[in-house]
Design a protein. Sequence first.
Length: 196
Amino acid sequence: MLRHNLATRPFYNERLVHVVLVAVSLLAIGATALNAWQIVRLSGHNSALQGRLQADERKSQELRARAVTLRASINQPDLDLTIVAADEANVAIDRRVFSWTDLFNQFETTLPETVRIAAVRPRIDRGVGMTLSVVVVAKNAEGIDTFIERLEKTGAFSGLLSREEYVREDGALQATLEGEYTPGLSRSARSKAVRR
């Protein structure tokens, strides 16, 4: 068996090389076609987005112009009167929904035996909340301090201070307490705060 090539020109099998080159060429052509399709698709998508953006910008300008026209047509004195009336109505509503029962329940659970309440005046201020003024009569200052501490432990009262104090003719101490009151604290939270 001969293993030598006696041909004058050696034979090379170029078929595999041609197949690989054709495959690579087809892949390159496919990738180019895919890229071209993506470019066309994204270009169309970009054009649609540009159109929507321009339409939205036109609509925004129209709405701004309409808002300027509406603002110019508003009668400012009438608007101011309406705002004042709305604030008064809101204060009246807040007063109407104020729960005296809840407030007196707070007092009942926190009032020391040596203190009694002479007067209570809630005042609702818009934006500030509710300010409560409580006139108390006590045998001594310690009873008033205890009452203030217990009220603040409930969480419904804050910033309670004695604004005015004087000794009455019968020797009792009368004080006007004033501070912020936030109604609506749950009974369980209130009882936990008082037990501390």
